[in-house]
Design a protein around this ligand. Sequence first.
Ligand SMILES: Nc1ncnc2c1ncn2[C@@H]1O[C@H](COP(=O)(O)OP(=O)(O)OP(=O)(O)O)[C@@H](O)[C@H]1O
Ligand SMILES: C[C@@](O)(CCOP(=O)(O)OP(=O)(O)O)CC(=O)O
Length: 396
Amino acid sequence: MAPEGQWILMATGRSPTNIAVIKYWGKRDEALILPVNDSISVTLDPDHLSATTTVAVSPSFPSDRMWLNGKEISLSGGRFQSCLREIRKRACDFEDEKKEIRIKKEDWENLHVHIASYNNFPTAAGLASSAAGFACLVFTLGKLMNVKEDYGQLSSIARQGSGSACRSIYGGFVKWCMGKKDDGSDSMAVQLADEAHWNDLVIIIAVVSSKQKETSSTSGMQNSVETSPLLQYRAQTVVPSRVMKMEEAIKNRDFASFAKLTCADSNQFHATSNSVEYFYWQVAYTFDAGPNAVLISPNRKTATLLLKKLLYCFPPQDKDLSSYLVGDKSILSDAGLHSIEDVEALPAPPEMKIPDQKFTGDVSYFICSRLGAGPKVVSDESQALIDSVTGLPKGV
Ligand SMILES: Nc1ncnc2c1ncn2[C@@H]1O[C@H](COP(=O)(O)OP(=O)(O)OP(=O)(O)O)[C@@H](O)[C@H]1O
Ligand SMILES: C[C@@](O)(CCOP(=O)(O)OP(=O)(O)O)CC(=O)O
């Protein structure tokens, strides 16, 4: 080994993200990240969505450290620790004669790393940054530490960082085989076809919001496993045959089948997560075909509490509170909200994971209403909309 503290050895890698066309949703083992079903994905062009990671090692580093998009983050979490441990275990002898660096297999355990990673797309916003990030971390650490494992083994390690990361180890069309073993050694990705196989496909992503999500995939799927009656049926009965059909569709470049299966699986995965009991039924919500949410509270007290939370998260863009809530405005005084200053002084709802997060302007206005009676006659003529002399609408 070269003299202590004299050298820094580095490797840099870039990994793509991937989008599942048959979704991974639900784990049978949280620590090892073992899924309840196989999944299939397409890997995206790294020029568009990728993580770039540099890993450095030096005897002068006193501890492992990591910076993500320029900000230092903790490596103490189990997922980072698993990836570092599994790669270090497989590190091999390394020699760079020019730089006079010699690292023996057993030395790697005592050498600390510095990791810097950058995503060229929003992090933790539902665009699979964890997939690109952990695939990149494992791949680049493997390069640095002269790991000789095949890609299947690397995918199995990346899986322990984030499940979907195991699929980003390959390009083209990739299948994550769930495996059967308790230790997870057979839960890894395989490539179904490379990127040249079907290169006519064009993928367009509409980014509606690049803000950090409130519910991570990790906790969302945990909730589904615990509460969704659909999930086990999906994993055991629906997905296995869908995976077979999808493999066939990819092999034959059969777009009609590919599209049908992709949409059906997306719908079902959303149905699975929608059946989760997030709110303990304090409030009911319903959506029509558009984006407007209808929230139904069981009583005025709950409605008042709900309104405070809504106004905290979605404050009005301009300072006019009275046009921001129309209909039964008396609920504002029930909530003690007489001015915009009162709204600004609202405390963050305790269940919010990111308390500072506000979505000013995302809601145009609120209507407060109630159940009403059926049709009735308006006998006050002044309220008529037709002028009783001209027979035309008033004001024309
Ligand atoms: N480049 C990176 N290198 C290492 N880890 C990363 C990187 N980018 C993201 N991560 C890790 O992934 C986490 C974000 O994962 P999360 O699952 O919440 O979001 P996402 O992957 O963007 O969304 P989704 O999985 O729903 O598509 C980050 O907090 C960080 O721990
Ligand atoms: C909806 C998904 O994107 C879920 C991805 O979940 P993650 O891989 O981010 O979850 P963890 O394994 O807990 O890190 C579907 C998919 O990519 O298959």
